[in-house]
Design a protein around this ligand. Sequence first.
Ligand SMILES: Cc1ncc(COP(=O)(O)O)c(C=O)c1O
Length: 363
Amino acid sequence: MLKGAALGRSHRAKVGKTKLADVIARSRKLLGIPDSYMLGIVPASDTGAVEMALWSLLGERGVDVLVWESFGSGWASDCKNQLQLKDLRVVKADYGKLADLHQMDWARDVVFTWNGTTSGVCVPNGDWIAANRAGLAICDATSAVFAMDIPWEKLDVVTWSWQKVMGGEGAHGMIALSPSAVKRLETFIPDRPMPKIFQMTKSGKLIDGIFQGETINTPSMLCVEDALDSLKWAESIGGLRALIARSKANLKCLEDWVAQSSWAAFLADEKSSRSNTSICLKIKDPAFTSLSADEQSMHVKSIVSILEKERAAYDIGAYRDAPVGLRVWGGATVETSDIQALLPWLDWAYGQAMTAFGEATRL
Ligand SMILES: Cc1ncc(COP(=O)(O)O)c(C=O)c1O
């Protein structure tokens, strides 16, 4: 697969630049991004892409940030503590719930996460976003893009990384900008210093090169090759529809299992906002819920380590800031047969951990 890779070559050489431009072109085509949108490769993964948008665009008008898990919470905290935005509203919901989308005032800028990776709660669609908005809709969509339908025309900034749904090597971010976002970049000069890796304009004009493969700084050509490999794989299996169908089949497999489980339930309250990529489970068994918070956490750690020891699952514990539970990645690269194979292991590990805990407390 590395035959023909631009390894050891400059990303500014024709061979390197062509490959970077190819990532942009293939991503645009696969995702159906409108021609009027700019799409670029930027430093520092999805975080870099989101932060360059927040730093470059916010402050021209009031800002609403929607928060229902830790990544949204991080963006809200940056808006408050780093950017120190004067007119800021944070609309929050607990883990498992979705913030009240209908509170939005589209005269303001709105920052939100399409899929809350740490709670398994996603927005069901873009119907709640005004078509004729004066503010910008700024969306961190890293665990949604390539596995969920994204209504591009309803969004002004969309960001993601190569390693999430496409399973490529991590390092670089992608940023898509609507014509309104570009207009804001070219007309609004924020009153704050702008690090070089966040700069998308020069002398009031968008730096077009960023959106044609001339990256701001040096990318890894190994990661670029891997991104191309995953995009070509996606094309070969039938494109976006096939990717979404694979991920939805993974959720369905877990849904069928949860429906008959005596101990597991979804953290997401509503089916319509349940993620098909970051599938988060909580434990509903009264024998578990009656334990103290520390005991619950110990119990889940023991499930995680039993599964890891058996090499049945890795990193299956809930995110560190999320309620205790398990999280199964159901993105498009995951085979449904692997999820199916995991399910008996989950029941077994839960039983093992409960038994061990019961014995320890009897001693
Ligand atoms: C919703 C969301 N936003 C941001 C990030 C951070 O992404 P990265 O590590 O690509 O910067 C993640 C990572 O899991 C995420 O799930």
